[in-house]
Write a new protein. Structure first.
Lengths: 417, 417
């Protein structure tokens, strides 16, 4: 039985695109048919409390639902900065995974012109890009000194930034937001450095927080980053109770340190692992820590990342070697729709293990990063990647002799010496 | 020092496209700059003989070139069936990696209308598709009961065949060629079943044979399939003499049986391995046998393969389980340029090890097959793939919950029980 709050569920990573490309939230719906076909009973409603000893949940309406096994997958909610003066003004939005809210948000900004997006993570960047396509005047503000700071080293982020600027977005980096100002509706945003920007609407895209209220109510342990504690099998401390997805604890693949990177793809892997270990434990199917593989696209250009960036790896304390190669995603490069493909590889200098990969490319970059992700997951070294076979085709990939991922590996390998 | 016959080198897998997409062979040239920048001296000419004892080669012009290490990378030549009556007629062509020949071939067929391509492997299929784009009337003949017989199981090949037919190619399967007929130029082709087809030109795309003449002259061992024998490090039996690429022995990744699949990507992996083992041997960098990862595109549809097909795996004697899933390569599926993505996974029933993957998709299929290839190379099992993290993005990949590769793995896993 799947108990869920939302009648209609949004495809989470598709949300920014309802503001432009897909045009309406109704086209971004996660269908229920696969669930129902698989024999899942879907109930719309909210669970109010869980009694782990009695093995039962209580719904808002007072209904009692008993369980043998319970999986908490409550997801995450946009971070709303309580400290930010003016964040309660009209036309200040966040980006929740909620169709009703999103439809209202979209309707309200329809006739507004100047929109400020706060936070240049993937969602902020994608939303800004969609809004500018709809002829809004968009300003994107990022506190860190670069866009997409969690995902990319600065040289890759600069490429993304220049694409955003090309497309008409005003990008301001290295500056935080001090307050929002206006009568009823927001009228302007005041930055840390004193600058003021006119704003008909403000979108706060400042991250998400795990939904752990329900878990806390039944005394499940919460970790220091605010996620429900789980083990390798996604089990909480209470027998038969699992947690998965954005609300569940994540650890970095290499360091095993707690991580707060929430991704649908990680959530899906966790879900499979929980399901496969629900009734009997498997030695083969455990969660090996988050590699944080993700990607975005600005126009025809994709930006993808897997594992640690150079700056993350360095600050963790790894001695690293990096390699960069810029090639083309078809061969010869004169073929129609060929796109630059630039790959950066970050590896351990000690043993050559690949720690991270960043890619600028065309459409195929979104799958190429999964090649990198699988290499990381298998703890492959630069040497083993150099002897790896890669399939190529003129219309589909870089050339076998100039395949950017392998050439970047080669460059990193030379830098290991 | 690189000694080579051709003044200008064709990008091998780009050759079919000079007949349509790239329009001219001059746009399909492998540049020399990377070689020269790497400090390679390139000499145009032919080596006539090698004296392994004296450690020297003799060129056609009588020049003696001494060596410490020698790498034979003589490539392959199109198979020309000596037994085929009429194969010497005018306007009967093969597809060698030779710019001069290809330019003449292209010029000669310019005003010809009806062209028959014999052999529906990748090159035959691609050439037929390019010719039909140029408004030729094209017939494609394949002796085996399906197109692309070495790469795909019949259900995938049928999809490719229907695409070819849609695009105006007449496809005839399960029938061999008996003879070619004509006065000076070929006029018709007569099939095994007695059928006759009018032909202004015939292209024989019946496979390639390794170039081993030079190797035979200096008594290097040739294997039963006609390739130069090599070990895991691409070493021939003679100390300091290596062979790589189409002329060098290949073995299947799983069975270690001799293989005759020649691919540029395999050649590149072999080249790197030979180079990395030239002066001192490495435990880390050995050639693990050919996985045969390759792909093609017919219009917007890509067809990709890695490892063994179901029929190959079965006939080798593996107990197998397969899984198929058909999804979309973007999410939601209503996004522009979304393409069907169908994945077939073939695995060992005994241990779940992935033996092969076949994909029908859009542009991104060409990199998705490399995800599969890396899984095979790492001897990953269905179970480990089920707990693998895959990066996804609405505009770039299938959805995390419906990612066709993982869903096909899931289906195969269920079939393992």
């Amino acid at each position: 039985m799947l108990y869920r709050k939302e009648d209609i569920v949004m495809i989470p990573c598709g949300i920014p695109y309802i503001f432009g490309t897909t045009k309406e939230s109704g086209k971004n719906v996660l269908p229920d048919a696969p669930l129902k076909n698989a024999g899942v009973e879907v109930i719309i409603g909210e669970i109010e409390s869980i009694d782990c000893n009695e093995r039962q949940c209580k719904s808002e309406s007072g209904e009692l639902i008993s369980f043998d096994k319970l999986i908490i997958a409550c997801g995450s909610t946009p971070y709303t900065p309580g400290w930010l003066e003016g964040s309660q003004l009209d036309n200040v939005f966040v980006i929740p995974k909620n169709k009703v809210y999103l439809d209202q948000f979209k309707k309200k900004i329809e006739n507004l012109e100047e929109i400020v997006v706060v936070g240049a993570g993937f969602i902020g960047v994608e939303l800004a890009d969609e809004l500018v396509k709809g002829n809004k005047k968009v300003t994107l503000i990022e506190k860190m000194p670069q866009v997409l700071p969690a995902a990319f080293d600065s040289e890759i982020a600069e490429d993304a930034e220049s694409k955003l600027i090309e497309r008409g977005i005003q990008v301001m980096k290295g500056v935080g937001v001090k307050k929002l100002d206006g009568q009823n509706s927001v009228e302007k945003i005041i930055l840390d450095n004193g600058a003021e920007i006119k704003a008909d609407a403000v979108v706060l895209s400042m991250g998400y927080r795990p939904n752990t209220e329900l878990a806390e109510k039944c005394n499940l342990k919460i970790n220091d980053l605010g996620f429900i504690q789980v083990d390798e099998y996604m089990r909480t401390g209470v027998p038969g109770v699992f947690a998965i997805g954005d609300c569940a604890e994540k650890r970095d693949f290499f360091t095993r340190k707690l991580s707060s990177t929430m991704l649908a793809s990680t959530a899906c892997a966790e879900a499979r692992i929980a399901a496969m270990n629900l009734y009997s434990l498997s030695i083969l199917k455990t969660f090996s820590g988050t590699i944080a593989i993700y990607s975005t696209a600005i126009g025809e250009t994709s930006y993808s990342t897997a594992g640690l960036t150079e700056s993350q790896a360095s600050s963790e304390g790894y001695q690293i070697a990096t390699g960069i190669f810029e090639g083309v995603d078809k061969h010869p490069g004169c073929l129609p729709n060929a796109h630059k493909q630039k790959v950066k590889v970050i590896a351990s200098k000690e043993c050559g293990t690949v720690l991270g990969v960043e890619i600028i490319g065309g459409i195929s970059g979104g799958e190429l990063i999964n090649v990198a992700g699988l290499a990381i997951q298998n703890k492959m070294t630069l040497a083993s990647l150099l002897s790896t076979q890669i399939g190529t085709h003129p219309l589909l990939t870089g050339s076998p002799a100039g395949y950017p991922l392998i050439k970047a590996v080669e460059a990193a390998w030379k830098n290991c010496k």
